[in-house]
Design a protein around this ligand. Structure first.
Ligand SMILES: [Ca+2]
Ligand SMILES: [Ca+2]
Ligand SMILES: [Ca+2]
Ligand SMILES: [Ca+2]
Length: 440
């Protein structure tokens, strides 16, 4: 595999990059990039069609005096132009901020939006927005909501409801992994650990994606939301828990994807050590209602010399029709990082990793086909250095007809770019920023 690296400096972003989204903003030339600064200002990078990006255009923060947590791009208004949604730090007062797209990569002034209710108490904040299908009624936003010092809730809302709330100027009522009585009081909670989750097709009959996450009891959970009881549980937050005989100490979900071709996604988790873990949720064995026994996760070692993994994504990077795992590792010096790509053999195991240098202090990998080749490219931030790093996949395409699934995988990539995970950013170290560079 081969990649070409472009490092795009965000010279006029007034605060450190906090989050980003990859999606087509202007109806042309492939996926674009929106970077959210910690104080809420935005940088818009338009794709020139070949996976290279024009100079960033900057937008003022919609968050006022508070900071910003997360950004997502989707259809959040009545027209067909992609819009930007920002979760500000004080969502109780500010709600979500919407920047309506003009369809050409520019945006209208932000709407000040309905506050989020219920708030589960003061200080509640929204983190890590995802766009997904969730809740049985089409497009939804999924996010975690900080609820207490040791746990967070997984919440989601239907996008049509959000648009109606915008237009109606009323409070927005999210659906969280908590059951409320008619007065809005919490009567049951399903907290998740550390806000790490990934969306994937659940291993049971369900119309939407489940959110895979680790629960405080150490079990892997597949969480869905139902207004009616459909799983062997109750109406409200529904979780099916999967537990191996020997759980890992500190796993965190990074991504999901079917690695062995049986149609059921495996769950890729970081372990806190030099490696990643593959959880196979089927076959499983029923235990108590809502609990299923699964095999111990397979732990794949990463090279300790490359630092600790901070994210992992599943995609077919070499175009052989078998999904691979790309792991972002960094040395903690604010710039030296590596994407270690483990080529999948198609049976859930991997060949030796191929290492691709990148520029990252920590963070999150996003997969998108930026240049339309059908092979997945990679985007990551370097928060400390105020740069976006783009790794364009220049791997020669496999011979047509010799390998299955390549074209289909490429077609899915643009949609998938809206569904990336959000990872908690570590405090950046005080590294001096590198200058703009483009290297092959
Ligand atoms: Ca575009
Ligand atoms: Ca599988
Ligand atoms: Ca592959
Ligand atoms: Ca590509």
């Amino acid at each position: 595999m081969s990649f070409s690296k472009d490092v795009i400096r965000l010279a006029d972003l007034a605060s450190l990059p906090q989050d980003y989204a990859v999606a087509d903003l202007d109806h042309k030339s492939g996926p674009d990039i929106v970077v959210l600064g910690h104080h809420g200002e935005l940088a818009v990078l338009l794709n020139q069609g070949d996976g290279r990006f024009g100079a960033p255009a900057y937008l003022d923060s919609p968050c006022g005096a508070v900071s910003a947590n997360s950004v997502v791009v989707g259809e959040f208004s009545g027209d067909a132009n992609p819009d930007i949604l920002v979760a500000c730090d004080d969502n109780i007062s500010d709600g979500f901020q919407r920047l309506r797209g003009n369809g050409d990569g520019t945006f209208a002034e932000p709407d000040t939006l309905a506050p989020i209710a219920p708030g589960f108490g003061g200080g509640s904040t929204i983190e890590w927005l995802h766009l997904a299908s969730f809740g049985g009624e089409g497009q939804a936003i999924v996010y975690t909501q900080f609820f207490g010092p040791s746990s967070e809730l997984l919440c989601f809302f239907r996008v049509p409801d959000l648009i109606a709330d915008y237009d109606g100027n009323g409070p927005h009522l999210p659906l969280c992994s908590a059951q409320l009585d008619p007065d809005g009081n919490v009567i049951d909670l399903i907290p998740i650990v550390a806000g790490d989750y990934a969306l994937g097709t659940p291993p049971f009959a369900w119309p939407d994606q489940a959110a895979f996450t680790f629960l405080p009891d150490g079990n892997l959970g597949a969480l869905v939301y139902s207004e009616e009881a459909q799983l062997p549980f109750v109406a409200g937050p529904n979780v099916e828990e999967y537990f191996p005989a020997h759980p890992l100490a500190f796993p965190s979900v990074a991504d999901t994807g079917d690695l062995d071709g049986d149609g059921v996604p495996e769950v890729i988790a970081l372990t806190g050590e030099h490696g990643f873990a593959v959880y196979t949720v089927e076959p499983s064995e029923a235990d108590l209602p809502g609990f299923r026994r699964i095999a111990d996760p397979a732990v794949v070692a990463t090279d300790p010399a490359l630092g600790y993994p901070t994210d992992a994504v599943v995609e077919d990077f070499d175009g052989d029709g078998k999904r691979d795992v790309a792991v972002l590792t960094d040395l903690g010096d604010g710039e030296t990082a590596t994407v270690a790509i483990f080529p999948g053999k198609g049976d859930g195991t991997f060949r030796s990793a191929q290492n691709v240098p990148t520029d990252s202090g920590d963070g999150r990998l996003t997969v998108a086909d930026l240049d339309g080749t059908g092979l997945p490219d990679l985007v990551n931030l370097n928060r400390a250095a105020n740069v976006v790093t783009v790794l364009r996949n220049t791997t020669p395409a496999p011979e047509p007809g010799t390998l299955g699934g390549v074209a289909a995988a490429g077609a899915l990539l643009v949609a998938r770019a809206d569904q990336t995970r959000r990872r908690r950013a570590r405090t950046p170290s005080a590294q001096s920023p590198s200058s703009f560079e483009v290297s092959a």
